[in-house]
Design a binder for this molecule. Structure first.
Ligand SMILES: OC[C@@H]1[C@@H](O)[C@H](O)[C@@H](O)c2[nH]c(CCc3ccccc3)c[n+]21
Length: 472
């Protein structure tokens, strides 16, 4: 199975999960206070592991780029932490905001004069260090995708502990506050103005759907602010859509490159044929954020994050995602389908990726990049199979006309998995967090074979069809 010669292979990283690990790389944000909060740790909502003990990419980026190059990678999707660039509030830097009659933001104008004002309160050393990190990869003749927002917010934008204790009206409320939209657009313009020469493709945000679903509805996920409210989730969703649109326009002021969004796409299956139509409605609703951006012409490409599926069945007269399948399978066990689940309890379901890519290609007709795909598998027992079976799914979808430009694995190295800390290991490369030393897992060699040849060679294709003995 041969991929096009310009098909890209690589990996994705995010600031909070990868940068910290050696002294001098720490940065305060809502996620920082959230994972250090004693009550969150005591209640088990977060692991108690700390990001400052992470893989130290801020200092060791050359090492990881060397490994990535050795594994045949030619594209990295990376991030930039808003809390690093603007540790202090940017509210006092005034901009013109145009709103419609309902008060929705139509545009935020960030001219060069405003950028110069922002430079006076920005952390220009952090900006320069990001330039060094990105340049080290670009100087190797590689492709770089920069994503502006991957979940942490500056504390002056969002204080999650205060929101949970006092409510969003008496604390910096993050995406519940439309002021955040304006500040995010300033950040986007500032970064595009300063770093566009190093960026091949832009993304405004990673998985906005996870931010509003996990933060305000699925509280067991351990996401900030852990404030249960359906209307808060809707408000956050609305403001995130405004933020993407504002950032899209702001980037276009300073860049000719394409601007997309990276989204968490689960695949949805009905447990029985009779639920088919209702599940199609659920799928449409789940992808609505992307549909809205596309309908407004504010989307040049789609970052597809795919891991597993959700299977829907009837419970008390309505359709719900069923435990025992997809994301809701037993950690380190087997899904009810008989397929193995990851250390995180996510069923391996490569068909979902093939179905998803065909569906998205038909729905949006935009270039796509798999910006995340991988599994928590500390022992690397299943990862070779997971990797080849999902690459085969991409290959099959492309054969059916899906416009996929690349596959970026999640991830190169083990890293800080949010509320789970270091317990969930997603790396092709194992990290000893004491010594920060990197070690290749067997699946890294499988990745290298495929990425260097841009092909799933015959002698590795069998890995897609492995059958694992279930406990039964
Ligand atoms: O959990 C592994 C990775 C995280 O480390 C990334 O930061 C994040 O972008 C990320 N997203 C997902 C998918 C989570 C999800 C999918 C579908 C529905 C809800 C959540 C998995 N991951």
């Amino acid at each position: 199975m041969k991929f096009p010669k310009n098909f890209m292979f690589g990996y994705s990283w995010s600031g909070f999960q990868f940068e910290m690990g050696l002294p001098g790389s720490e940065v305060e944000s809502d996620w920082w206070v959230w994972v250090h909060d004693k009550e969150n740790i005591a209640s088990g909502l977060v692991s108690g592991d700390l990001p400052e003990n992470g893989p130290a990419y801020w200092h060791l980026y050359k090492q990881d780029h060397d490994i990535a190059e050795k594994l045949g990678m030619d594209c990295i999707r990376g991030g930039i932490e808003w809390a690093r660039i603007f540790p202090k509030p940017t509210f006092d830097v005034k901009v013109d905001v145009e709103k419609d009659e309902e008060g929705n933001i139509i545009s935020v104008d960030v001219p060069e004069s405003t950028i110069k004002e922002l430079e006076k309160i920005a952390n220009m050393e952090a900006l320069e260090h990001y330039r060094k990190i990105y340049s080290d990869w670009k100087e190797r003749g590689k492709t770089f995708i920069l994503n502006l927002y991957h979940w942490p917010l500056p504390l002056w934008i969002h204080d999650p502990i205060a929101v949970r204790k006092l409510g969003p009206d008496r604390a910096p409320a993050g995406w519940l506050d439309e002021k955040t939209v304006v500040e995010f657009v300033k950040f986007a313009a500032f970064v595009a103005y300063h770093l566009d020469d190093l960026v091949d493709m832009w993304s405004t945000m990673n998985e906005p759907n996870v931010v509003y679903n996990q933060g305000y509805i699925n509280l067991r996920s351990g996401f900030p602010p852990g404030y249960l409210s359906f209307e808060a989730a809707e408000k956050a969703k609305f403001n995130l859509i405004q933020a993407h649109i504002g950032a899209y326009d702001a980037i276009k002021e300073y860049s000719e490159k394409s601007v997309g969004v990276i989204y968490a796409f689960a695949w949805h299956d009905p447990l029985a044929e009779e639920y088919k139509d209702e599940v199609e409605e659920i799928r449409k609703k789940d992808y609505e954020f992307v549909t809205i951006l596309h309908s407004k012409g504010k989307l040049d490409w789609i970052g597809v994050n795919y891991y597993s599926r959700l299977v829907y069945g009837a419970k008390d007269g309505h359709l719900v995602p069923l435990p025992g399948y997809g994301f809701m399978s037993e950690r380190g066990g087997f899904a009810k389908s008989g397929r193995p689940a990851s250390d995180f309890g996510w069923e391996m379901y490569p068909e979902g990726l093939e179905n998803l890519l065909k569906y998205l290609n038909n729905a949006y007709e935009l270039p796509m990049i798999i910006t995340e795909n991988g599994m928590a598998d500390a022992a690397d027992r299943y990862r070779p199979h997971y990797l080849v079976s999902h690459l085969k799914a991409v290959y099959n979808a492309m054969k059916e006309g899906a416009d996929v430009r690349g596959y970026l694995h999640w991830s190169l190295t083990d890293n800080y998995e949010w509320a789970q800390g270091f317990r969930m290991r997603f790396g092709l490369v194992y990290v000893d967090f004491e010594t920060k030393k990197r070690y290749l897992r067997p699946s890294a060699l499988v990745f290298r074979e495929i990425a260097t040849q841009k092909e799933i060679p015959e002698e590795l294709a069998h890995l897609a069809d492995l059958k694992f003995v279930t406990r039964k």
